[in-house]
Design a protein around this ligand. Structure first.
Ligand SMILES: [Zn+2]
Length: 386
């Protein structure tokens, strides 16, 4: 029976989750063995005053350098700049502060500052990079300021390589030693980013749960995360100061990433290459929100028996436990959040369909999809999303 197939399950991250968790930064840096950190973040986070709050939370006398050049989607060039800043400072660890891009960049910088200076494609999961990443990676502490990616508990990052491919670079050695989750740091996130990043969390939970790989703990975490996000994303979007909604969304985001140790699927296999289109300016969460209903329809023959559980967790009626009921509920939530409904509305040119469809079959998330998708299948899913 397929549900008794072999399972490989790994869970162990130190997570400090509370309002005001940032005050424990000194203690957690000591736990991680970091005495001279490089802060990896982006210019918006600095403008919002969050980098200053991190600096103020440092132990007296600790010297921290800052790299704030993280692009919307992190690039190999930016990672190399951050690694150079690490070496120039004589750093012994990194703090990743921000959304998924800044946290992913912090992990990749920690890798590149401590490993042979070869093209980063050598470290990509799809190129066998896992075996080249050693315990030399400098310790990482991640502090999320968005609720969506969950990168603070993820073991890698998504990087746009110098050759234009958007790939995953990851290893257990790149797992942050500590995730410092402070919902107060998400209060300033604007409504549209709250909505888009929140849909990323929802997609992680839904896509993991629907994957046919065997990982019951991941399934349970994914369903808990989906339930929290489903009930609180609109509240957090409508009122960024809603403490309860912000706490719930940060928890859902973290749970989504804990769950995706199990593996994601076609939504992410498509969203990754699409993230490199239009100079890497398309928001990952928004892409997921657009694609999720179409992938659910495609996957329905393989996963329809799971729709009743999803409907229950999402508070839908029993009659909505169908392919259209579930896909429609996700699309309706996106619409209520004010997110675009189609790739066209996001500014994606139709001409990219053939290349994205091919790239999706090479993405590390492709094999995890419950129904094996061909290039033609991906073309059809993309066409439906326009
Ligand atoms: Zn994602």
């Amino acid at each position: 029976m397929s549900s008794y197939a072999p399972a490989l399950i790994t869970y162990l991250t130190r997570i400090r989750f509370e309002f005001g968790a940032l005050a424990a930064l000194g203690e957690e840096l000591a736990f991680a063995g970091i005495t001279r950190p490089l802060l990896c973040t982006d210019a918006g986070i600095v403008r919002a005053g969050l980098a200053d709050r991190v600096r103020a939370a440092l132990p007296a006398g600790m010297e921290m350098a800052t790299y704030d050049g993280t692009p919307g989607n992190p690039t190999e060039a930016a990672v190399r700049d951050a690694a150079a800043a690490f070496r120039a400072h004589g750093a012994d660890g990194v703090i990743g502060l921000g959304g998924g891009s800044a946290m992913d960049l912090s992990k990749a910088a920690s890798l590149m500052a401590t490993h042979p200076d070869v093209p980063m494609s050598n470290y990509a999961v799809i190129e066998g990079g896992l075996a080249r990443i050693t315990d030399k990676v400098a310790p990482i502490v991640c502090i999320p300021t968005t609720a969506g990616t969950g990168s603070e508990v993820g073991r890698g990052g998504i990087i746009i390589l110098a050759d234009g491919r958007k790939v995953s670079i990851g290893s257990p050695h790149m797992l942050p030693r500590v995730a410092l989750c402070d919902p107060e740091l998400t209060f300033g996130l604007p409504p549209i980013l709250t909505a888009a990043t929140g849909m990323d969390a929802i997609t992680h939970c839904a896509e993991c749960f629907l994957s046919l790989k065997v990982n019951p703990p991941a399934d349970a975490i994914a369903l808990d995360g989906l339930s929290r996000a489903w009930r609180h994303l609109e509240r957090a979007t409508a009122n960024g100061q809603d403490r309860e909604a912000r706490w719930e969304m940060l928890m859902a985001s973290m749970e989504g990433a804990m769950a995706f140790q199990k593996g994601l699927g076609a939504v992410h296999a498509l969203a990754h290459p699409l993230g490199a289109v239009n100079n890497g300016t398309l928001h990952h969460g928004t892409l997921n929100a657009v694609l999720l209903p179409h992938v659910i329809r495609f996957n329905a023959p393989a996963v329809h028996q799971k729709f009743a559980t999803l409907a229950q967790v999402m508070g839908l009626t029993v009659s909505a436990a169908t392919e259209e009921g579930i896909a429609g509920a996700f699309a309706a939530l996106s619409a209520r959040l004010g997110l675009p409904a189609t790739l066209g509305a996001m500014g994606v040119p139709r001409t990219v369909i053939p290349d994205i469809a091919v790239a999706a079959t090479k993405d590390h998330c492709h094999p995890g999809n419950p129904r094996l998708a061909s290039v033609t299948d991906y073309q059809d899913i993309l066409s439906a999303a326009f």
